[in-house]
Design a protein around this ligand. Structure first.
Ligand code: ADP
Length: 602
């Protein structure tokens, strides 16, 4: 009696404090009640419609509407604050309580069924004809059909199986069929699973409705119950909960709770009692380590990648192929580079040999005149020596002899100079670029060439200023280019009535330019385009290598070699060498005394 009085008082209080409830539907506050639809939305609606109709009638200021959905749907609706109340199974309530501070206002009780604290459980069923399945222990390594891994019935059954040493997730093969739960029976009939887990009393309900044969299924591991209306395989847990979410205003929650507790049993024979503490559900979840007690699984790299294993394998294969390809390309590149370097080295050696050969050939051409040139000081030395002998035999004064010996020394120096230049020129030195005084280099080349010119009754008209800035160059190579151009000029003017060769060195901007011009017959027809090609020659005994080698030497020095036909007669060759940078010029000055000519050690 006290209970009723308290309920009526609470409802009156809610009506007084809650805003603007009136008889007008338009001014009613809409209240959304989520209901778990384990048998489908329609079943859920018909099961809970009497409760909602009752609330609408009892609390006229509010309009209670039903939102049916799955566990996941309802949980996300709670998270999104789009529900005020829920009617859900005990397990789900426990999760909502822990995760969203939801609270149970009432616990459902089926008057024909078990007491409210023991009204929900699960039946583990198999087709009756499966005589091989008698006990729960027979379910090891079997296919177990259930609605979903988070369905309350599956969790309740898990506890029972675990106690018999069977972890359904590891020691059996779960087959989740989704809602509605009657699908579990269909899976068993189709032979796609050996046993199925359903909510207790569902089998009896389906049999009563004619949706399952009375002897079609058997419940395994039956537990004795006080009210054996339904067969169960698991412990029993409190009934479903009418839950208020954390945001629901307290006066409204209290009014709803009071109304529910005052609800009379209707056609569905359901009533709502004081909320259970749901401790047994908490024990269940703790025992099977589910829901809020699920171990915090640390996801390893392998777990994260597992769903993408095929893609990852493909990417892995592609990566392997790519690495192999890169290694192969790198190997080929290294091999080719080595081959190229070898080829370059070979070509360089050939160039060096060819250049040396050309120098020897140039020297060959000049040899007779040089020999003649050396002969002159030697003849002079001989005649001075004889003169000295004679004077000494005649007992003449030593002054005359001293003077003759001085002349002998001068002539010996001259001959020594010629031999030094020849030796240096034909020596097989590796190319070596160093800061050089251009005047010294060109003077040496001219001195080597002079005897050949003399032999052809010709004087080279030379202009080589002393104060030219230094160049960084290979001494022998520059001498070789100069001598080659002079030799070509000599061959061009040979046989001409008036022979003239001019050799001028000057500074032109940042370069030293050496010009060799002759008054020969000029270039042969068609020669201009081919002059610098290797083996191009118009001479009977010519090699055709001089100009091509000279051009590569000059270009290797950063300069260039060009040809022009004179307006009057003959041809002019010019080659440019860049002036050395400042630092190299200082070196050249330091080296200058060493370059000065002296007596060669012959
Ligand atoms: P070679 O002197 O052995 O022929 P070069 O490469 O030195 O080889 O010269 C190639 C050709 O260039 C010569 O055969 C000649 O036709 C032409 N040539 C070179 N210098 C002159 C020059 N001063 N006057 C005319 N023709 C020249």
């Amino acid at each position: 009696m006290l209970k009723w009085a308290r309920a009526i008082l609470t409802i009156l209080a809610a009506l007084a404090f809650w805003p603007a409830p009136s008889g007008h539907a338009a001014q009613q506050t809409e209240i959304r009640v989520g209901v778990l639809a384990y048998l489908g939305a329609e079943e859920a609606e018909s099961a809970w419609e009497p409760t909602l109709a009752y609330l609408n009638a009892t609390l006229p200021g509010y309009h209670f509407t039903m939102v049916a959905g799955s566990l996941a749907f309802l949980t996300s609706a709670v998270a999104a604050h789009s529900l005020d109340f829920l009617i859900t199974n005990p397990g789900h309530y426990l999760e909502l309580k822990i995760d969203y501070s939801a609270s149970a206002l009432a616990t459902e009780q089926d008057l024909d069924g078990f007491p409210s604290s023991e009204s929900v459980g699960a039946a583990i069923i198999a087709l009756n004809r499966r005589s091989d399945l008698q006990h729960l222990t027979d379910l090891r390594a079997r296919k177990l059909a259930a609605v979903a891994p988070d369905a309350f019935g599956y969790r309740a059954a898990t506890r029972e199986l675990l106690e018999r040493g069977i972890d359904p997730n590891k020691d059996a093969f779960p087959v989740f069929v989704g809602y509605p739960a009657s699908g579990v029976l269909d899976v068993l009939r189709a032979g796609r699973a050996d046993a199925g887990i359903i909510r207790a009393c569902l089998l009896e309900k389906l049999v009563a409705e004619g949706k399952a044969g009375p002897d079609e299924f058997r419940v395994l591991g039956r537990k004795p119950t006080d009210l054996p209306i339904c067969q169960v395989s698991t412990r029993l847990y409190p009934g479903w909960a009418f839950v208020a979410v954390a945001q629901t205003p307290a006066p409204l929650a209290e009014a709803v709770a009071a109304a529910l507790h005052a609800m009379q049993p209707g056609p569905g024979d359901r009533i709502w009692t004081e909320p259970d503490d749901y401790q047994s559900v908490q024990d269940l979840y703790r025992t099977i380590k589910a829901g809020p007690y699920a171990p915090f699984t640390r996801l390893g790299m392998a777990d994260l990648l597992w769903p993408y294993r095929y893609g990852a394998a493909l990417i892995g294969m592609a990566a392997l192929w790519w690495i192999a390809h890169v290694i192969r390309v790198a190997y080929i590149i290294r091999k080719r580079t080595r081959e190229l370097e070898e080829a370059h080295e070979l070509a360089r050696l050939k160039d060096v040999q060819m250049e040396h050969a050309m120098r020897l050939s140039l020297m060959g051409e000049m040899a007779s005149s040089l020999a003649h040139e050396i002969n002159q000081p030697l003849a002079a030395i001989l005649s001075y020596a004889r003169g000295c002998e004679r004077r000494l035999a005649r007992g003449e004064d030593v002054d005359g002899v001293r003077e003759a010996i001085g002349r002998i020394a001068i002539q010996a120096e001259r001959a020594g100079d010629i031999v030094r230049r020849m030796r240096e020129f034909v020596r097989k030195n590796p190319a070596r670029q160093e800061p050089l005084e251009p005047a010294a280099v060109f003077r040496d080349a001219l001195a080597l060439f002079e005897p050949s010119a003399a032999a052809h009754e010709l004087r080279v008209d030379a202009e080589v200023p002393e104060s030219l800035p230094p160049v960084v160059a290979d001494r022998l190579q520059i001498e070789e280019v100069t001598l080659n151009l002079l030799q070509n000029a000599l061959e061009a003017v040979d046989g001409q009535p008036e022979k003239s060769i001019r050799f001028v060195v000057a500074r032109e901007g940042a370069a030293i330019v050496a010009t060799v011009s002759d008054n020969g017959p000029g270039l042969a027809p068609g020669a201009r385009e081919r002059l610098f090609e290797a083996f191009y020659t118009t001479k009977p005994g010519g090699l055709g290598l001089g100009l091509s080698l000279s051009r590569s030497i000059v270009e290797a020095h950063g300069g260039r070699l060009s040809v022009d036909e004179n307006t009057q007669r003959g041809t002019t060759f010019r080659f440019y060498l860049p002036i050395a940078p400042k630092s190299a010029q200082e070196n050249a000055q330091e080296n200058a005394p060493e370059i000065a000519p002296g007596i060669a050690h012959v």
